[in-house]
Design a protein around this ligand. Structure first.
Ligand code: C2E
Ligand code: MG
Ligand code: MG
Ligand code: MG
Length: 285
């Protein structure tokens, strides 16, 4: 009986593994056509000035609605895309699409685009970016490229050159998911960036003293280095009021707006008054 049970368990394991591999293969092979047939779209999440509540722009976030699997997270398909050249096509698609949208927004707003490590290593990334900006007659500072520590770790020298080339064009660079890596601090003085985005795991823990101390320190560090600081994953009025009290520059999170297909620009601006109401709701201030 024990033997049979072991065999069944093995079969179950086998079946699960098989399904997983199959899904992976399907996702890999369907990716390019999904981009062409409209199953891949960009959603936009508002980035708000932490004090005034003014809309400063949006982060573009890739969405894939697969006919068989439904919504597939970028956390799942971006790594799969990175195994092949698909990431380059995907990356180009996102940049073009985001810039096409940006063209329709007020000039005071910018778009933030996530760049995967492989995409950042492309020799002609700065040229591609410059060309897309030119094609849409966009001011370069309105485009912000978000990179993570993974991008910097793999080939620091090359990454440094690319950052310089991009900043020379006038494009902004943000360090995404800041604080989650191994040596975030090491990078700040080696690579000139325009913004750090405090990872949402810290924002999420703000009711704990440790997280509060860390977030305060990151904001101070950023400001001492003349770097803007964004807090990701703001979900509660308490978190927002803490960030405001500690002079965080920009906030992003479900409390202020979820990623959505597109916004009528006028609806988003959260007035200073509303921002105060949001923070007052915490009862802390
Ligand atoms: P990220 O760049 O750190 O993006 C922020 C993620 O946090 C998004 O998840 C967003 O939906 C989520 N988020 C925003 N506010 C909140 C909040 O208040 N609470 C919680 N719990 N989550 C919040 P998403 O869209 O699933 O993206 C996950 C990651 O996938 C991104 O992390 C980014 O690394 C990657 N990604 C997304 N789009 C692209 C893309 O176009 N290109 C590349 N290379 N990577 C992308
Ligand atoms: Mg990001
Ligand atoms: Mg992030
Ligand atoms: Mg994150």
């Amino acid at each position: 009986a024990a033997k049979a049970e072991g065999r069944n368990r093995y079969r179950l394991f086998d079946a699960v593994l098989h399904l997983r591999l199959q899904r992976r293969m399907h996702l890999q092979s369907d990716m390019i056509s999904a981009m062409k047939n409209g199953d891949m779209t960009l959603h936009y999440q508002p980035l708000l000035n932490c004090v005034s509540g003014r809309l400063e722009g949006y982060e573009a976030l890739l969405r894939w609605y697969h006919p068989e699997y439904g919504a597939v997270s970028p956390m799942e398909f971006i790594p799969i895309a990175e195994e092949t050249d698909a990431i380059l096509l995907l990356g180009d698609f996102v940049l073009r699409e985001a810039c096409r949208q940006l063209e329709t927004w007020p000039r005071s707003q910018r778009v933030a685009v996530n760049i995967s490590p492989m995409q950042f290593r492309l020799d002609d990334l700065p040229d591609r970016v410059a060309q897309i900006l030119r094609a849409h007659a966009l001011e370069p500072h309105r485009l912000e490229l978000e990179i993570t520590e993974a991008t910097l770790i793999q080939n620091p020298e090359k990454a440094g050159e690319t950052i310089h080339a991009l900043r020379k064009i006038g494009v902004k660079i943000a360090l995404d998911d800041f604080g989650t890596g191994y040596s975030s601090l090491n990078y700040l003085h080696r690579f000139p960036v325009d913004r750090i985005k405090i990872d949402r795991s810290f924002t999420n823990d703000l009711e704990q003293d440790n997280a509060r101390a860390i977030v305060r320190a990151i904001i101070a560090l950023g400001h001492n280095l003349n770097i803007d600081v964004t807090a990701e994953g703001v979900e509660t009025p308490d978190q927002l009021s803490f960030l405001r009290d500690n002079c965080c520059d920009q906030v992003q999170g479900f409390l202020l707006g979820r990623p959505e297909p597109l916004y009528p620009a006028s609806k988003i601006d959260v007035s200073r008054k509303e921002m105060e109401t949001l923070t007052d709701a915490s009862g802390l201030t």
